[in-house]
Ligand binder design. Structure first.
Ligand code: GSH
Length: 209
């Protein structure tokens, strides 16, 4: 397998953390997003969506989207389950992963991509360029504050976002919290549950993946 990765970007970091928590080692190929390598014909031939991560299997099959990559790895390497154990837990991992994507990652991406000069003409990922809409950056920052509060509330009486062990929901959430620093937002001192959980996530060997 080959993981098409970008060391500096949040989405492929989710895949790297997932792979590390599974105890796997996967060959990686770096795609330099800053240099626009994801928009080249060579990379479009691998992924027409022009995004990373991409997992290329040994038979040449190509899987894009973190949720799909995680699903494949979970089925192939079930020894360390990261998508839940029971039917209810599996449902809640999917639920919280989707919520963190929509309530956390998307607002941060809106805030960043609609304001930073480097994303002019690239306000959305994908093969087609879109111009920035500054109001979306402001909305993103507002939604991000709500997301931090939601996550803090969720973690008030638990060590992990779902169940009693780490799952993909924690991985997506820690990547989102760290991504927020790109728009100069960090959880405030009052969000004690979120900060406790984040410190625990940071202490895991996978955090450096
Ligand atoms: N939903 C996708 C999102 C992938 C994504 O947005 N990747 C970003 C890097 S964080 C990307 O490829 N950006 C290319 C660009 O900026 O045009 C997933 O989770 O795999």
């Amino acid at each position: 397998m080959i993981l098409y990765d970008c060391r500096t970007a949040p989405s492929p970091r989710r895949a790297r953390l997932f792979i590390a928590e599974k105890g796997l080692t996967v060959e990686t190929v770096q795609v330099d997003l800053a240099k626009g390598e994801h928009l080249t014909d060579a990379f479009r031939a691998i992924s027409p969506q022009c995004t990373v991560p991409v997992l290329k299997l040994d038979d040449g099959d190509v899987i894009t989207e973190n949720v799909a990559i995680a699903r494949y790895l979970e089925e192939m390497f079930p020894a360390v389950p990261l998508l839940g154990r029971t039917p209810a837990e599996k449902a809640h991992v999917a639920e919280w992963n989707a919520r963190v994507e929509f309530e956390g990652l998307a607002p941060i991406a809106d805030a960043l991509r609609n304001s930073a000069r480097g994303f002019q003409g690239r306000a959305l990922v994908g093969p087609r360029g879109f111009e920035q809409i500054p109001a979306l950056a402001e909305r993103g920052r507002q939604r991000l504050a709500d997301f931090f509060a939601t996550l803090d509330g969720r973690l008030a009486d638990r060590d992990f976002v779902v169940g009693d062990g780490l799952t993909m929901a924690d991985i997506t959430a820690v990547v989102a919290v760290d991504f927020a620093a790109w728009v100069k937002q960090v959880p405030g001192d009052d969000l004690v549950h979120l900060r406790r959980w984040h410190a625990a996530m940071k202490a895991r060997p996978s955090y450096a993946a």
